[in-house]
Design a protein around this ligand. Sequence first.
Ligand SMILES: [Zn+2]
Ligand SMILES: [Zn+2]
Length: 356
Amino acid sequence: MITLNHYHHFIVKWARSLKAVLLDADGKTVIKDVSMPILQAGEVLMEMKACGLCGTDIEKMHGQYAASLPIIGHEAVGVVAEIADKIEGLRLGDRVFPHHHVPCYGCYFCRHGSETMCSHYRATNLDPGGFSEYFRVPAWNINHGGVLKIPEPISFEEASFIEPTACCIRNLKRCQVSKGDTVLIVGAGPIGLIHLMLLKLQGADTIVTDVSSKRLRFAEKLGAQHAISPLETDVTKEVREETKGRGVDLAIVASGNPQAIVQALSSVRKGGKVCLFGVPVKGSYLNYDFSDIFNSEVSIVSSNAATETETKEALKLLEEQRFKPAPLIAKFKLSQFHKAVEAAEKQECIKPVIVP
Ligand SMILES: [Zn+2]
Ligand SMILES: [Zn+2]
């Protein structure tokens, strides 16, 4: 019997090329016809169904991102279209999230809670990237538990939030947020808003700041206790007023702007934490009197990416509908990729999600 999956399999086998958005040497993105990746043993070919556009993708386009190779598109989900050999637990047609980076879980860094600093973590990636009609998932990522199945009620667009949400979950763990804490979120872009939604689940109070009044109103709709614009208000003063003069327990910098870091440092309480989450532009220096940090016993926390512990937690939150990212999503076709980037840069939408 020829099943739909078999039929699909033939189409994939005979298609010689696919459309993909790639980064050229000048950092420009181009929609190109490239040849179908050739699978090695233990690898799968995925048909992309949705892939979120991340701030780091845009930074890579501007040549400002230094943490990994300039492959764009890492918030991809889709359907298993071809399998080389047999892979335990994976079948053609499965709806899956493949993590683009997966640690070894055995080295010194992995055993000491720094899994995303593992030398294997960034060694493999989706090929040619997530903004591609089809892409290859390396055997390493599959063998090390990087592929999760997406239960039916979760849409592909929602599932594309597994990766960024996992990064925020890991960050909040590292910041050790407690119920009843007051948290300042500097920057109400997608990352700031995901943090806001997660903090609400944890019973924390949130104050959000952003220069865009549209984004501030959106943050209020999502449950922010206070939304303030640094263009209209002295953020630090307002934060102190809202916290009986103390300052916030935690300030999350969800923006790459060095000025946002200064704002966070001056809004945090004695003994509080400042978390650097937004990726600063390479070569960012801060003009700040560091004696303040010691005198006020302020801790600086940073968090980079996520592991399978958190991707599973993000998936569970989506499945239980405790985390609902639908209001953040703006869908764009792969052929409209440049439009999606423009919309993100001009802040015409919150989170562009690319679909085939
Ligand atoms: Zn991302
Ligand atoms: Zn490791």
